[in-house]
Write a protein that binds this ligand. Sequence first.
Ligand code: NAD
Length: 482
Amino acid sequence: MLRREAFIDGRFVPAADGRTFPTVSPREGAVLAQVARGGAADVDRAVRAARQSFEGGAWSLADPAQRGRVLIRLAELMTERLSELALVEARDSGHPIRDARSVDVPNAARCFAWYGEAIDKVYGEIAPTAADALALVGREPLGVVGAVVPWNYPLIISAWKLAPALAAGNSVVLKPAEQSPLSALALAELAVQAGVPAGVLNVVPGYGEEAGQALGRHPGVDKLAFTGSVPVGRLFQRYAGESNGKEVSLELGGKSPHVVLADAPDLRAAAEAIGWGIFYNAGQTCHAGSRVVVERSVHDELVAALAEVARSFVPADPLEPDTVLGALISDEHLQGVLAKVSRAREDGASVLAGGGRVSPVPGGAYMEPTLIETDDPGLPVVQDEVFGPVLVIQAADDVEHALSLANHTRYGLAAAIWTSDITTAGRLARRLRAGTVWVNTFDAASMATPFGGSRDSGHGRDRSLHALDAYTQLKTTWISLA
Ligand code: NAD
């Protein structure tokens, strides 16, 4: 299951120029594999193979039920190979093995099954016209889709792009993150076994500035689906503008707030959920609840409960079965997170817990769960995504103040409200700038609910039937009945 080569036109192949790059496990800093370093020539090969397969029609024109069966089979194969896939994911990304086994692989498999089950139940429309015409409005695939994904949930985010794109009949070129390319290559191997035809799914590992940019600029790509940082998201819009004006959808992260009001039903339960929402995957989650805005009257009680929850997340070896807080993705990323904590201290914020590096496995990239408090909403630690196990706490005078603090960032991905008053919850939910608002819970989700944001969090939605809109276009067929 440890594949190192690019997957193009149904075969594993080395990079055209033979180059490789190391993928390093953040668990202990060891090189796991030398992986094909895809460049412009490899992306071009993959896009041509994708185009050829799309035009050939074996997938794009197939009965949707047939495509659905293949995707369901892929989900079954992922489930059969769960242990191996989970190990690949945990070693490459630093995720705790228990999460890789219970969340990453099952959720990614569920995503393929969900779109496989759904795609032959999606109907078109007949537009209202005079009786002398029949106007059919249907959806058709876009053609060649490029997908560029990050390292924080390599399998899940790849599945969120691949499953709807493939279900709709597109051919895809996937560029996984250079920090975590191995699970995407394993997935390609299973896709062949499931019956995805050659050229329909291609995986080109490599660096962003090389393979990523080449895909973004390729004139043969009809649509580019991206998840990652804001600056790189903007680059993809530029690449599109400077090449063929391809459609771009962007999922770019956030600084999602919990608004905890004085009438929260259970502060202890809120603290528990807030802890999971920021310390799960070491805070490397785009919708991580990285800020808490709490009404002053319950501030001390909540902070005490949060400190206790933080203590229960002990950084440990991701390969141990009980570990809940594994490694950050790389030493470089950890240094960046630590620098943001130091900057917060210099800016006058208080570090209430954690803030330091730890070393449960020598050579690995681990950090303590960290709580920071400030009353300055303009600080970088309040405004910028830290992407580590770092929670920022802000006290609010009343509900209106809490709402204004919660909305005071450039992002618009997710938010949570903790209150016993359904009217307050409903009013705040309308006014919070977020693609998802949770009330008295956090991170509840299913394949049936869309996920995405606005403003600096990007645009477009993953998951649910709405994601099919991102990989299809409307076709009107007007038939004269005169
Ligand atoms: P990134 O945006 O640099 O990388 C994401 C993907 O884009 C990777 O596949 C990468 O190879 C590719 N890429 C990078 N530079 C590129 C370029 N110039 N042209 C084309 N493709 C390019 O993100 P990162 O370095 O992995 O993480 C940096 C920050 O991004 C994080 O600290 C976090 O704030 C944010 N992030 C957000 C998410 C999310 O889920 N929204 C995921 C990962 C990272």
